[in-house]
Write a protein that binds this ligand. Structure first.
Ligand SMILES: CC(=O)SCCNC(=O)CCNC(=O)[C@H](O)C(C)(C)COP(=O)(O)OP(=O)(O)OC[C@H]1O[C@@H](n2cnc3c(N)ncnc32)[C@H](O)[C@@H]1OP(=O)(O)O
Length: 409
């Protein structure tokens, strides 16, 4: 019997979710995790492939609002839950789901699709380009003094129940979203994700903790973390495992890091991801001891090139014709004239000669301002067809604030 690709139905969610878990190694999620995933799933956006009654392929999408350069919140599809059963791999099932999904995204009028990849090599062929980076830090808090700034002494730190403090933390998060490209406006329910604390996934660490920073009686920041105790012959060597830290101002931010650096019986702080322009390395005298590592994070795929490029603003005035190739979504192929500045932009089809030639994947990489068109050109991925076009466009696509994805999905 031929396999059938169709939209997920409510009653099929358990089979679909089991198939997905199996493809990722089969470790069962906790009941709480599964319930949260069930609640967040937009079933009508789920895709499943069935073979003789078995679910052998899964894909889904979340309806997110993504901050783009200039601060607008653009509706995007957050592609997720992609899997193909081990017995059915490399027969084109993923390709068929990607084709169907990008068509659906286009029909919904979302100009962009975004995802985080289990393996980055998978998604370029479907037009997704790496667009943001995570700065991971592993900070030696024995050798580095705790961050300090004038005014830190006026910040009150309170250790609170993470679940009870969710509303306060979420208010801080929501105020930060418009200020940084790549951040996602969290829809109701998503605030529960950062406080999910599954005993089976603590890997030797203790319970999730939360400290809030208050100034003038208002919560201005928070840090969520766990402590992983350890000892060697010379004494305690515990690690503070940070989940997230956000603050509305530099003093609140420094106060939170000062607290995390100083937790008794620990000698390091491990931070899974911050923006590449984060303040932390500048709050210490020796950034080499921050153990910095970069990793690509959010992949961006312009689904409607014209609408996507017109949805953001540009750092400097730009007027350029782009010759775009997009074999997977041929409706984007051809020449587009982009003219814009810091106030707004227009992007329309044109027959004028092109200044730059690139594929939709490079447009995705440059879209949030995280990777420069000039750097992509140096790798042969963007071609300058009119002298001067590259420098002007590369400057215009840049972002004052580094794009960053605050959490996976
Ligand atoms: C957004 C997310 O959810 S990311 C999560 C992705 N899922 C996983 O990693 C779970 C484990 N892996 C899987 O379930 C599967 O192997 C998948 C989904 C990655 C691939 O599914 P398949 O049905 O085998 O892919 P399909 O046969 O359609 O391959 C399409 C193309 O991608 C390539 N490809 C597939 N998997 C990979 C991979 N892991 N690395 C590099 N290339 C890959 C194929 O070679 C093929 O290339 P081509 O365009 O040159 O022909």
């Amino acid at each position: 019997m031929a396999s059938e690709l169709r939209t997920l139905r409510d009653a099929e969610w358990d089979d679909w979710s089991d198939a997905l878990d199996r493809a990722f190694g089969g470790v069962p999620p906790s009941r709480e995790n599964r319930a949260l995933r069930r609640a967040l799933t937009e079933v009508e956006r789920g895709l499943a492939i069935w073979d003789d009654g078995d679910c052998v392929g899964t894909a889904g999408a979340f309806s997110f609002g993504l901050t783009v350069p200039g601060g607008a919140e653009v509706p995007v599809a957050g592609v997720t839950a992609v899997s193909v059963r081990a017995t059915h791999r490399r027969r084109g099932l993923l390709r068929s789901m990607m084709r169907r999904q990008l068509g659906d995204v286009r029909e919904r009028g979302e100009p962009l699709a975004v995802l985080t990849a289990s393996e980055p090599a998978i998604y370029g062929r479907f037009g997704y380009g790496p667009a943001t980076q995570d700065m991971e830090l592993s900070v030696d808090t024995v050798r580095l003094p705790a961050p300090d700034l004038p005014g830190v002494e006026d910040v009150r730190l309170r250790l609170v129940d993470p679940a009870a403090a969710v509303a306060d933390c979420e208010r801080v998060y929501a105020r930060l979203v418009p200020g940084r490209p790549g951040m996602l406006a969290r829809r109701p329910g998503w605030e529960r994700l950062p406080v999910l604390d599954e005993p089976g996934r603590r890997d030797g660490a203790g319970v999730l903790q939360c400290v809030v920073a208050e100034a003038a009686g208002e919560v201005v920041g928070y840090a969520r973390f766990a402590v992983k105790p350890s000892h060697d012959h010379a004494g305690p060597t515990g690690t503070v495992l940070v989940r997230d830290v956000e603050a509305l101002d530099p003093v609140g931010y420094a106060a939170l890091w000062g607290f995390l650096f100083g937790i008794d019986l620990t000698t390091s702080v491990s931070v899974p991801g911050r923006p590449v322009d984060d303040a932390l390395p500048h709050l210490v005298p020796d950034m080499r001891r921050c153990g910095i590592r970069l990793e690509e994070s959010l992949f961006v795929r312009p689904v409607e090139v014209g609408a996507a490029l017109a949805a953001r603003t540009y750092r400097t005035p730009v007027d350029v014709v782009l010759a775009v190739s997009d074999p997977f979504c041929p409706w984007n192929e051809g020449r587009w004239r982009l003219s814009g500045d810091a106030e707004g932009a227009v992007c329309e089809r044109t027959t004028a000669p092109a200044g730059l030639a690139l594929s939709v994947r490079e447009l995705g990489s440059a879209y949030l301002g995280g990777f420069a068109l000039s750097a992509l050109a140096a790798a042969g991925r963007v071609r300058e067809l009119r002298p001067g076009a590259l420098t002007a466009a590369s400057r215009a696509f840049g972002s004052e604030v580094a794009p960053w994805l605050p959490h996976g999905f």
